[in-house]
Ligand binder design. Structure first.
Ligand code: HEC
Ligand code: HEC
Length: 147
């Protein structure tokens, strides 16, 4: 029994040592998006992204559609939501805008509501203007529907 415990302790020590050295090795390879700018300096500003006209395809079924127009003049705060002036079901037709889908009129208990659900109030929590932006970190993401 004692022998078994010794073996286990040695094993745990070897594991801890192994993980420790792997982590410090990885840390030296991590590259920050700030590049080599030290924390005290300001990193160079990002180039502003240009809006792109037309509609981007959704990359996967559940994706909130990207916004195909500018949004900087539309205020959203505790009381006001200017997006609703065009997108609420009661206004959409006269503004030629797509109506919010039914999921935006379900409260958190799944009950249907006539006004937009509180969980959907801050539109830009999920929807962002589309832009022709290069990914910041190279990755292998592919849309679930490839043409
Ligand atoms: C002045 C009216 C107006 C306002 C205000 C407005 N939109 Fe739009 N929105 C439109 C129109 C019109 C379209 C359709 C454009 C097209 O088809 O090219 C659209 C399209 C969209 C779409 C794409 C829907 C889809 O199915 O692809 C999203 C998402 C969207 N808007 C979100 C927002 C958000 C979020 C706000 C507030 C920050 C907002 N809109 C404010 C008129 C408006
Ligand atoms: C919690 C995330 C979330 C929030 C907040 C949200 N949406 Fe959406 N929205 C989605 C998703 C996901 C979809 C696509 C699936 C669906 O229709 O539910 C969508 C779809 C849409 C569509 C397209 C509807 C259609 O039938 O093509 C419009 C327009 C839209 N949202 C506008 C808005 C506006 C305006 C707000 C703010 C009042 C808002 N959304 C808030 C997630 C969100």
């Amino acid at each position: 029994m004692r022998k078994l415990m010794l073996v286990a302790a040695l094993g745990a020590a070897a594991l801890a040592f192994g993980i420790g050295s792997a982590t410090s090795q990885q840390a030296s390879e991590v590259k920050s998006l700030r590049g080599n700018s030290p924390i005290v300096d300001l990193a160079p500003a990002d180039t502003p992204h240009q809006n792109v006209s037309g509609r981007f395809d959704r990359a996967y079924r559940q994706q909130p559609p990207l916004i195909p127009h500018q949004i900087d003049r539309y205020q959203i705060d505790l009381k006001a939501n200017q997006c609703l002036q065009c997108h609420d079901w009661s206004n959409a037709a006269k503004n030629g805008a797509p109506t919010l889908s039914m999921t935006h009129y379900l409260d958190r208990d799944g009950r249907q509501t006539d006004t937009v659900a509180g969980t959907r109030w801050f539109c830009n929590q999920c929807h962002v203007p589309q832009a022709d932006a290069k990914e910041l970190v190279e990755n292998t993401f592919k849309p679930s529907q490839t043409k």
